[in-house]
Design a protein around this ligand. Structure first.
Ligand code: IN0
Length: 439
């Protein structure tokens, strides 16, 4: 079904797409008139690597925009080397281990990637990234180098890990460990940058390390579940054996989906991913700078929407599934406030529950996990209490109350957008009616 007909058949999403394109004002407009050629090159590379997310990074507060843009490009470069199966491990391992030390140079680049590698340009134009990297505040440079060091060495260890290469991910513990190196560390780095810029509550980094870890793991686990067919096609898999061996003897047999076992395995992994939801909502309640909040919230709401899409969905075993473009527009607009994010999570948790069948071996566990999330959301707001019952002022309740006050500043902006949209809509409808009746 073409993009346009998809949008026509989903008017709410069409409205969001029009609002996003014509009415929503970016928080920090980007004027690159003063940008150096190297910086312009970096923005170009960013758009090459991920158009949709690039826009979210470009809207970041100037205090963090270039740091996060360069962090994203450096991680994408590291990821491209790790992913490129044409590079001999004897070459790949030292490149990954020394990647952080290359950040101290001004002209390093890597030309060893296969021409087929989508993001190889990031490694060819690395001197531009280095030039802008050295202009960042030293404390931001240190965070990026520290995380690049840990991730490069983590990836190198996995390449040398025979068992991992032979049998993939064994236990759920290994699964969390692998996701830590490719995504948990990203949460660590971003949280340090956000706290250093004073855009989030200080406790976000010092108190509960699990929060930032869950931000990365929720995204990575959603990608792993979604990309089963594509990864198997590339001869690799990240599904933990401890889970899939409950359903089949060999991982590729999941695709046969005998007696629904393939889908039960997907649902089992969705159950595991849902264990990060409460941490994700707590993390988002701690970001009070708007552009950083949107930067953190958008991938998370895309992930819960994707989890609801892959849940009980046999197509995942054979093909790639993606949420509609229209849906992403709706989610980007609605995820600008914490309340909006919470309503999105509630909606898709209910969608998962509605797709859950009583014959599913994890029927009870999945219901319990979803109830835990709904209970936590109830504690966050406590806005359905009987009149004479006062809310329990728990830490999350107080954190959410603070964030809600901050989000109230956005209400006039949202109302103004809606007002403009309705004005334009009524003018268009009137014009059409006029043409229809008088021509
Ligand atoms: C990301 C994450 C990301 C953003 C904000 C806060 C985060 C906190 C912890 C961990 C990761 C966080 O977001 C991007 C989103 C992205 O690139 N989406 C792609 C779609 C896709 O499926 O790839 C898009 O084109 O929209 C993300 O997925 N990752 C990422 C990488 C670097 C940085 Cl700085 C931030 C990748 C990953 C592996 C999940 C960490």
């Amino acid at each position: 079904m073409g993009k346009v007909s998809q949008l026509i058949s989903h008017p709410i999403e069409l409205k969001s797409a029009l609002k996003l394109k014509f009415l929503r004002q970016p928080l920090f407009p980007t004027d690159d008139t003063s940008a150096t050629p190297e910086l312009k090159k970096c923005y170009k590379l960013l758009n090459l690597t991920s158009r949709s997310f690039a826009a979210v990074i470009m809207e970041l507060n100037p205090e963090l925009r270039n740091s996060i843009m360069l962090f994203y490009l450096i991680l994408r470069a590291l990821d491209t080397v790790e992913d490129d199966m044409s590079i001999d491990p004897k070459v790949k391992v030292p490149v990954l281990r020394e990647f952080a030390s290359k950040l101290e140079t001004s002209d390093w680049k890597f030309e060893g990637c296969a021409p087929t590698e989508k993001d190889r340009q990031v490694l060819l134009d690395f001197p531009c990234i280095l030039k802008e990297y050295h202009k960042l505040k030293p404390e931001y440079q240190k965070v990026i180098k520290d995380i690049t060091y840990k991730m490069g060495n983590g990836m190198a260890d996995y390449i040398l890990d025979e068992n991992f290469n032979l049998n993939g991910v064994a236990t759920i513990k290994d699964y969390d460990k692998y996701c830590h190196y490719v995504a948990g560390l990203v949460g660590d780095g971003l949280t340090q940058l956000i706290v250093l810029a004073n855009f989030g509550t200080p406790d976000l980094y010092n108190e509960n390390k699990q929060l930032m870890e869950s931000m990365g793991l929720f995204l990575q686990k959603t990608n792993i579940i979604r990309d089963y067919a594509e990864d198997l096609n590339d001869g690799r898999s990240f599904y933990p054996q401890e889970v899939w061996c409950k359903y089949v003897k060999r991982l590729p047999d999941l695709a046969k989906n005998e007696d629904g076992k393939g889908v039960y395995c997907i649902n089992d992994l969705v159950l595991n991913a849902l264990s990060h939801v409460n941490d994700v909502l707590t993390y988002l309640s701690s970001i009070h700078e708007q552009s950083s909040f949107q930067f953190c919230a958008i991938p998370q709401v895309m992930a819960i929407a994707t989890l609801a899409l892959v849940f009980n969905n046999e197509t995942v075993l054979h093909d790639n599934v993606k949420i509609r473009k229209g849906t992403t527009c709706y989610l980007i607009l609605k995820s600008r406030t914490l309340k909006g994010c919470v309503e999105i999570f509630q909606y898709y948790l209910r969608e998962i529950k509605s797709k859950l069948t009583v014959v599913d071996p994890n029927y009870l566990k999945i219901n319990i996990q979803i109830a835990k999330c709904e209970q936590f959301i109830e504690e966050m707001y406590q806005d359905k209490l009987p009149p004479n019952v006062k809310p329990l002022e728990t830490p999350i309740y107080l954190k959410v109350r603070e964030k809600t006050k901050i989000d109230e500043r956005l209400i006039p902006v949202l109302q103004n957008e809606e007002f403009k949209f309705n004005i334009i809509l009524s003018m268009v409808v009137t014009a059409f009616a006029a043409i229809y009746f008088y021509h």
